[in-house]
Design a protein. Structure first.
Ligand code: ZN
Length: 262
């Protein structure tokens, strides 16, 4: 499937706005973890007054002449302007700001956020449908056997630049890691306890991964995180990639790196 691109003659904007059913609104809220993906403010709560989310069109439903001009050639998401892929939950303030005097940078930024969130959502859905516990155990066993030379390789690995880097929001990575850790923390801890005699080794490994992660500047954290996952994943062909993401998340979080930056 190729990338769909906007030009003024394309049949993308629908005449009618589609009513969004409640079930779909929940999907939008879940996708952003109930926070505005631009400013990170909570957009949903127990009280009525906390329900301040709005479902925004990423590409405008009725673009102005100015918008048609500046958005010429941009990537489009979904079948048409009314599809789920072209919508995202935002707080009122960010939605209003986004819809006023739109710039191509703002548009591309929101497209990149939406794409990233879709990947996270897809991984979540896949994880929910398979039993990943055994895969995590396998990853931990491989980690326990890693030698010092392997960690020397990690040093080189982590400085690799990932091509075609999507302009990223650090907070999304942070949220993804927190999510995985909260889901699997107890399970991994239990596995580590079962591997008693290896416990000390794990602490060393956790420290090494944490140091590799911390020793880079903030803008590169997403790349470094992915590189560490790829490095671990390359240690054994049978390792499950998502299980590696979870284990690396655990090591990174377990060293309280995020408490330091928060
Ligand atoms: Zn906001």
């Amino acid at each position: 499937m190729g990338i769909k691109v906007y030009h003024k003659d394309i049949d993308y904007c629908k005449d009618k706005r589609r009513n969004i059913p409640d079930s779909e609104k929940i999907m939008h809220l879940r996708e952003v973890s109930f926070r505005c993906p631009i400013c990170s403010r909570s957009i949903y709560g127990k009280n009525k007054k906390d329900k301040i989310y709005e479902i925004a069109h990423i590409f405008p439903h009725s673009p102005t002449e100015h918008e048609k001009e500046i958005l010429d050639g941009v990537e489009l998401l979904g079948e048409d302007s009314e599809s789920y892929e072209n919508k995202i939950a935002l707080c009122e303030t960010c939605h209003h700001k986004y819809d006023t005097d739109k710039t191509i940078e703002e548009y591309n930024n929101l497209v990149s956020i939406k794409k990233k969130l879709s990947v996270i959502q897809k991984t979540d859905d896949e994880l929910a449908s398979i039993n990943i516990d055994n895969d995590i155990v396998k990853v931990l066993e491989v980690v326990a056997k890693l030698s010092d030379e392997e960690f020397d390789k990690l040093e080189k690995y982590k400085s690799l630049k990932i091509d075609n880097k999507i302009e990223d929001k650090y907070s999304l990575l942070k949220r993804k890691i927190k999510h995985y850790v909260s889901e699997y923390y107890l399970f991994i801890e239990e596995q580590l306890r079962n591997l008693d005699e290896k416990e000390k080794k794990f602490k060393i490994i956790a420290n090494q991964i944490n140091t590799a992660y911390l020793s880079c500047c903030t803008e590169d954290k997403d790349d470094v995180f992915n590189n560490i996952v790829n490095w671990l994943n390359s240690k054994d062909v049978t390792l499950n990639y998502d299980a590696c993401v979870i284990v690396v998340s655990f090591f990174v979080q377990n060293c309280e790196v995020f408490d330091e930056v928060a």
